[in-house]
Write a protein that binds this ligand. Sequence first.
Ligand SMILES: *Cc1c(COP(=O)(O)O)cnc(C)c1O
Length: 434
Amino acid sequence: MSKQKFDTVRIHGGYDPKKHNNAAQIPIYQSTAFSLGTAAEGAEVAAGLVSDSFTYSRVGNPTVHTLEQRIAELDGGIDSVAVGSGMAAITYTILNVAEGGGRIIAPYDIYGAALDEFQTLFPKYGIIFDLVEDINDIERIKSLIKPDTKAIYAESVSNPIINITDVEELAKVAHESRIPLIIDNTFSTPYLFQPIKFGADLVVYSSTKGINGHGNVVSGLVVDGGKFDWSKDKFPQFYEAEYSLKNSKYPTNYSFANVYGNQAFIKRLRMKYLRLMGAVLGPFDAYLEMLGLETISERLDKEVATGKKIAEYLNNNPHVKRVYYPGLPASNQYELAQKYFPKGIGSILSFELDGSSEDTDKLIDSMELFLYLPNVGDSRSLIVNPSKITHREVPEERRLKDGINNQLLRLSIGLEDSDDLIKGLDNAINKTFK
Ligand SMILES: *Cc1c(COP(=O)(O)O)cnc(C)c1O
């Protein structure tokens, strides 16, 4: 692992031009399959004895591989797997951890589709979620860990209420019970926060959002911190014999844990989930994502600065009841924000309008500049009403407990001029209440 700094790695990580005809930018390897060489070489490649070899683009592709290496390095992980969406990254990670059934602890306050999957789909596969109101209530989390609990899952910054998870404390609790901590770091991106440094074992991303930053690709990533020991206890899928790993080097004892050591999790995710379930990311999408990633620091610095101005503007507006933004000194999470987010809390914030449901609709219809759509982390500023769009599938009673009422609006701040954005918001609020 190189010791270069973040801004260097985001440009050069995982890529050596000499291996690609000296092309400055990573070529798009728009090829389904790759020649195996001689019969003897082909046998070695197929047996997994040649590292960084490519055979078929559902399993691995050089353009996609560069993205995977770059993200793993940016996040301080040992390896990563790129997949076709953030939901695929979450799904494959949960299945690879809790295959065959078990329990996972997670908060209610997460991405709507993830909550829907955890509550209504995974239980049908024998994976039961113990959902909590407050993921930072450490005593409650401890009390929920049972013999078949296999992981703790949380978002570093939650969607849409912008709650910061105390990752370091949660990691300690997980590791005391020999279970991994999985963090969805989508809102923060590796530029603002690196969960592995605070003890997380696995990091998942919807790189559709801030990592790419231009709203043009749907994609996901799983990053492995490489510190969790999968070779015993609750995780037999890693220490049972895996026939496809049998080769001349491992004629016996060919389990993922034995063959791959601390890479067991990420190698298994690629070989059992990406290869067999197939939610693959294409090379052109990976190329666009790396193009977006090249400017992540500058984009986020500007978006964070504008987000802070907008939070302050909203905080002082008489028609706004509450602003969800831990970067404000009045927030009860201000201290956590200082600890985990020295570069700023992010480009996404929410606020509750002091008005009726109809006023909220009116505000959306009066909105200038901000696009009304369900996405975040774009270079364009966006607005959405979570109760009716992104969190529509969450039962009303549950939503209201988490503050997701009809007056809640989520903003994702883009790269436009901050004065224009504030003017757009101010005009829409004035029009709504005139
Ligand atoms: C968007 C999002 C997802 C899902 O990602 P897709 O790329 O849309 O599948 C998961 N988690 C969070 C926090 C998200 O914002």
